[in-house]
Design a binder for this molecule. Structure first.
Ligand SMILES: C[S@@+](CC[C@H](N)C(=O)[O-])C[C@H]1O[C@@H](n2cnc3c(N)ncnc32)[C@H](O)[C@@H]1O
Length: 410
């Protein structure tokens, strides 16, 4: 059976790596634009275990869905017939409510409301006939019993029918009820840490000088503590009788056994922001996440955090990864302050285009003048989406200035 993990664009390979780290072989994993799929044996135990473990552990996936069926359809009749042939009575418990949503791309079937109505009609007709209801109007739907979220995706005339097992999207870990303006998605922050290959408990500290609500440092601390991302939240799959509910309890137990959140004396994750209100919110969020002791918070202007001075003041570390998302400058008149921040980053960490020894820099921004402000093309840039906003993660790690730059400044 196929388990589908929708992904933020640009994060697919990171999710694939996470799935492999959970013990699933590469051969069972497929990566496509915007999703990763995992093939598991079609047994109650294997599917339940994989769904529970993925929901609880994944840091970078958006949700976990089961693919119920997949078929070709170019007309509404073909869509209706194929949907009606699916044994929905095995997936939708009697009396449960269900919601149908979906999308269509590069396909003959493109009217989303019409596709939605057709899929819903196929399901209802199937349930009415199998369960002996007089007609579709008599099918009871009681959200108090539970709600199944069904998604259809139509890509190049291939229809895929999916059932969601996550409920709220996986980026909702439960530690961030408060957020200031423009927080990063938790899944994106975790992906950035993985893309930058930051290793906790090494000689390299982590510093987010624009921490805002604390997403990057909190995700880093959860990684350091081996705390499963979804340990402290619920998933709709837990109440769905189609899955073994004990599988979630076992996956939580497995996660707790590996976790180590014992308070540490010397934090190796540093978070600062110019705004004291942001620091207060970030500190509360870190407390809620249970990893407060891993992070040292302070109120600072990035202009005053020199790379050399920082390393000098923290002799326990030989190196420091500076990772963050400065303001993009969405509003008119912000451009100057955004450019000033970029110039501060250049002066403090890349003077004359040379990285300070021991420093690596990863900055995610939608500002297309970032590299020209910094004065050196990034060693690598990765296109990522923060919500709908297209950004780049600019990565600087080469300490030798290249004599002949292969890359141009954007
Ligand atoms: C886009 S937000 C960061 C959001 C954060 N990653 C989160 O997930 O909540 C940018 C942050 O940069 C901070 N900031 C703006 N100018 C700054 C400066 N000169 N020095 C340090 N922080 C600054 C803002 O207060 C804001 O919290």
């Amino acid at each position: 059976m196929k388990i589908i993990i929708p992904s933020l664009l640009g994060v697919e390979t990171v999710i694939s790596r996470e799935v492999q780290d959970l013990g699933y072989p590469k051969e069972q994993i497929e990566v496509r634009d915007g999703l990763v799929s995992l093939n598991v044996e079609e047994t109650f135990e294997a599917v339940s275990e994989a769904v529970a473990r993925l929901n609880i552990n994944l840091r970078t996936g958006e949700r976990v869905q089961l693919e119920i069926d997949s078929f070709d359809a170019k007309t509404f009749d073909e869509l209706y017939d194929a949907v009606r042939d699916v044994p929905w009575e095995s997936w939708i418990p009697d009396g449960w409510a269900f919601i149908v949503r979906g999308y269509s791309r590069k396909s003959e079937l493109f009217g989303i409301p019409a596709c939605q109505r057709t899929v819903k009609k196929g399901i209802v007709e199937r349930l009415a006939s199998v369960r002996g209801y007089a007609s579709h109007e008599h099918i009871p739907e009681d959200p108090a019993l539970g709600t199944i979220r069904i998604q259809f995706s139509i890509m190049s005339d291939v229809v895929s029918l999916l059932i969601d097992t996550s409920g709220e999207s996986l980026h909702k870990r439960g530690y961030r009820p408060n957020s200031n303006l423009a927080p990063l998605k938790e899944t994106l922050a975790a992906a950035m840490l993985k893309i930058m290959r930051w290793e906790p408990f090494s000689d390299e500290a982590l510093l987010d000088p624009f921490c805002g609500s604390g997403t990057i440092p909190i995700e880093a601390a959860m990684i350091a503590a081996s705390m499963p991302a979804g340990l402290n939240r619920r998933f709709t799959g837990e109440d769905w009788p189609v899955l073994e509910s004990e599988a979630f309890a076992r996956a939580r137990e497995e996660g707790r056994d590996l976790m180590d959140v014992e308070a540490i004396d010397e934090p190796f994750i540093f978070a600062s922001d110019i705004d004291m209100a942001a620091i207060d919110i970030a500190t509360e969020n870190a407390e809620r996440a249970g990893i407060r002791s891993f992070i040292s918070f302070s109120r600072r202007d990035v202009a005053n955090i020199g790379g050399r001075d920082w390393l000098h003041a923290h002799p326990d570390f030989d190196r420091c990864l500076i990772l963050g998302n400065p303001p993009y400058g969405e509003r008119m008149g912000d451009m100057e302050s955004v450019t000033n921040i970029h110039h501060s980053l250049a002066e403090n960490y890349l003077p004359n285009g040379n990285l300070i020894p021991g420093i690596r820099l990863g900055i995610i921004t939608a500002a297309d003048h970032f590299e020209s402000d910094i004065g050196r093309p990034a060693d690598r840039r990765r296109k990522l989406y923060n919500g709908m906003k297209r950004c780049y993660l600019y990565q600087y790690y080469r300490h030798q200035k290249r004599t002949k730059s292969k890359r141009s400044i954007r």
